[in-house]
Structures are given as structure tokens and as C-alpha cells.
Design a protein around this ligand. Structure first.
Ligand code: 5GP
Length: 193
């Protein structure tokens, strides 16, 4: 998506050889117009699969999930939570996920009532790296008896294996931008699309 590629080149920074920092527009300060257009673009790819729920993980996936769900006809967003709280009352499904950015292992949790069996679920997240978060969300869908319509991603890091492995498994994975590499000088190289 050209507008997203332009924003990455204008605002993106890198940390070391594998982290892309785009908090100027995607996951700290949010460029609302861009996020709505990103959501529309993901929605248009998956519209013929008629997703009924958009599933993401807190916190940075929520904005893109919202705009995508809005473009799909105001379907609900369900976001997996990363910590247990006293207000969680229903039966919680949980899956273990290794966090790429925090370098810790956490459980992600969803109340079973919000993923009713048989629903078609579109998974959306801001980034895809090793695919751990996406696999945790797929696991929650499988535990609840939902089907995964596909996975929509803002920025895929093509130099990490998550995307290739998911595609090899036949999953419909659609990424709006793919970072092919981070150069020794920290320069971001984007895949031509
Ligand atoms: P994965 O589970 O695919 O390894 O990593 C995806 C998750 O880690 C996303 O939910 C995202 O929040 C975070 N993440 C992975 N790589 C990056 C990155 O380079 N930059 C940022 N900002 N987040 C990342």
C-alpha cells in the first residue's frame, strides 16, 4: 500500500537489526486517516470471505482491527487480553505466546462468549514477525470452534519467518507493507508491491 510505504519511509526508525519503530503513526501516536484507509484495504481483500468477527491482541492491534471491522460493515472487534484481571468472569480461553517486542512469554486470553463456535474470524495485527501472536490467535479460534477467514497485517517483516510459514500452510495472509530488510546503517528496505 503506497501510502503506508511512504509513511514507513518518512517516519520509520529502526532498533538494532530487526525492530521497526513506527509509533509516530501506527501504534503510539495514531494517524487516523491512514489507519482508516489501511483498514479499508484489508477489508476489501477479505470481503468475499464474509468475516463475522475481527480478532486481534491488545494493545497495538486494536486501532487497525477497529478500522478494518468498520469497513467490513461494523462487525465486532474482539481483542485478546494479555493480563488476567478481576473483572474477567466468563470462561477464558487462553494460549501461550512469546512476545517478540517484550521477549517474554505471556498468555493471551479471550472470553469464550465473544468467540461463539462456528463464526468466521479475521485475525488482524499491526506487525507480523515470527508469527507467534497470529498463531496464538489462531489457537484461540480453534479452541472456540471458529474458522479463520485469514490474517490481515499492517507491516510484515519479510526477513523473519512468520509470514512464509503461514502462507506455506495455505493461510490467506495479506500484508499491506513488507519490510524485506534493515540495512547495516538502519535503512528500511521495503518490498516492491
Ligand atoms: P510475532 O508474534 O509475529 O513474532 O510478532 C508480532 C507482534 O509483536 C505484534 O503484535 C507486534 O505488536 C509486535 N512486533 C513484532 N515486531 C515488531 C516491530 O518490529 N515493531 C513493533 N512496533 N512491533 C513489533
Amino acid at each position: 500500500m503506497k501510502e503506508l510505504n511512504d509513511a514507513i519511509m518518512k517516519w520509520g526508525k529502526t532498533i538494532g537489526s530487526d525492530v521497526v519503530k513506527v509509533d509516530m503513526f501506527l501504534n503510539h501516536r495514531i494517524d487516523t486517516g491512514l489507519l482508516f484507509r489501511m483498514g479499508e484495504e484489508i477489508a476489501s481483500h477479505f470481503t468475499e470471505k464474509y468475516p463475522e468477527i475481527v480478532l486481534t491482541v491488545e494493545a497495538s492491534g486494536i486501532a487497525l482491527a477497529m478500522t478494518c471491522a468498520h469497513a467490513l460493515g461494523d462487525i465486532p472487534v474482539v481483542f485478546a487480553k494479555k493480563s488476567a484481571t478481576v473483572v474477567q468472569s466468563g470462561e477464558m480461553l487462553q494460549s501461550r505466546v512469546f512476545s517478540f517486542t517484550h521477549k517474554t512469554e505471556n498468555f493471551i486470553r479471550v472470553d469464550r462468549r465473544y468467540l461463539p463456535a462456528g463464526k468466521r474470524v479475521l485475525i488482524v495485527d499491526d506487525f507480523l514477525a515470527d508469527g507467534q501472536a497470529a498463531r496464538g490467535l489462531m489457537d484461540l479460534c480453534s479452541q472456540s470452534g471458529c474458522t479463520v477467514s485469514g490474517i490481515g497485517i499492517g507491516i510484515e517483516k519479510g526477513f523473519q519467518p512468520g509470514g512464509a510459514r503461514l502462507r506455506e500452510e495455505g493461510i490467506d495472509l495479506y500484508s499491506l507493507a513488507v519490510v524485506d530488510s534493515i540495512g547495516g546503517d538502519g535503512r528500511i528496505c521495503l518490498r516492491e508491491q
